[in-house]
Design a protein around this ligand. Structure first.
Ligand SMILES: Nc1ncnc2c1ncn2[C@@H]1O[C@H](COP(=O)(O)OP(=O)(O)OP(=O)(O)O)[C@@H](O)[C@H]1O
Ligand SMILES: [Mg+2]
Length: 208
C-alpha cells in the first residue's frame, strides 16, 4: 500500500515542484515503486517529465486535476510504494483534494518570515484535515541571523519540521532542466546527499 505524500505550499516558488521531482527520483533509485502526480495547471512537472532521458529509470507519471486526483490516487495506491503529488500554489481546490488524500503533507519553506507567514494557510489546511504534516526548510543558508530567526520562530510555534534541510544549490535547477533529479544528474553533490537523506527519513515515517 502506497504512502501518499502531498507537496503543498500556497506560496508560489517555494520549491514544491523541485522537492516533488527530486524526492520521487530518489525514492525510485532506492528501489521503490513510485508514482509522481502533477496536479498543477502550470504543468511544470509534466514538462519536466516530457524531457526525461529515455534511459532514466521509469516513474509512473500522471497529471490529473480536480476530482480525478482522488481516482488516480485510489488506482495507484495498491500498486506503488510511494505516491508524490505536486500541487498548485494558492490554497485552491486541487491542493485541498491532494492534502485530504495524503498520508503526509510536505510543506517546503524558504527561510524568511514572509514565507513562514504565507505558509500558515497550508499548515492550517493540513491541521484541519488532520493530516500528518512537516515543513521542509528549503534554500536554507548554512548559517546566519535569518536562519536563526526562522528556526527560533518555528520552535516557538511548535510547527513540525523535518530535521533534513535543503541548501540553496544551483544543482536543483540544473537537474530540472534535464528532466532529472539531482541524484541522477549530480549524484555526488551536496544537493543529492540532502535529497537522499530526506527520502530516507520519509521511508522511516512511512514505516511508523
Ligand atoms: N534548494 C534550492 N536551491 C536552489 N534553487 C531552488 C531550490 N529549490 C527551488 N529552487 C528554484 O526556485 C524556483 C522555484 O522552484 P519550484 O518551481 O520548485 O517552486 P514551486 O513551489 O513549485 O513554484 P510554483 O508555486 O510556481 O509551482 C526554481 O527556479 C527552482 O529551481
Ligand atoms: Mg510548482
Amino acid at each position: 500500500m502506497a504512502f501518499v505524500i502531498a507537496v503543498a505550499q500556497q506560496k508560489g516558488g517555494a520549491g514544491k515542484s523541485t522537492l516533488a521531482s527530486n524526492l520521487a527520483v530518489a525514492l525510485l533509485q532506492g528501489g521503490k515503486r513510485v508514482a509522481l502526480l502533477d496536479t498543477d495547471p502550470q504543468a511544470s512537472l509534466t514538462r519536466w517529465h516530457s524531457i526525461r532521458p529515455e534511459t532514466a529509470p521509469k516513474l509512473i507519471f500522471e497529471a490529473p486535476s480536480g476530482w480525478r486526483v482522488t481516482g488516480a490516487l485510489d488506482k495507484l495506491r495498491r500498486t506503488t510504494d510511494f505516491i508524490v503529488t505536486d500541487t498548485p500554489p494558492h490554497a485552491d481546490t486541487d491542493s485541498k483534494i491532494a492534502i485530504r488524500a495524503a498520508d503526509l503533507v510536505l510543506i517546503p519553506l524558504q527561510a524568511s518570515l514572509p514565507d513562514l507567514w504565507a505558509s500558515e494557510a497550508t499548515i492550517a489546511l493540513a491541521e484541519a484535515e488532520k493530516r500528518l504534516h512537516r515543513l521542509v526548510l528549503n534554500r536554507l543558508p548554512a548559517s546566519g541571523r535569518l536562519r536563526d530567526v526562522v528556526m527560533e520562530e518555528l520552535a516557538r510555534r511548535k510547527t513540525p519540521v523535518m530535521a533534513e534541510t535543503l541548501g540553496n544549490r544551483s544543482a536543483f535547477a540544473a537537474a530540472f532542466a534535464l528532466g532529472q533529479g539531482v541524484t541522477e544528474s549530480a549524484a555526488r553533490s551536496p544537493a543529492a546527499d540532502e535529497i537522499r537523506a530526506l527520502a530516507a527519513a520519509l521511508g522511516m515515517l512511512k514505516g511508523k
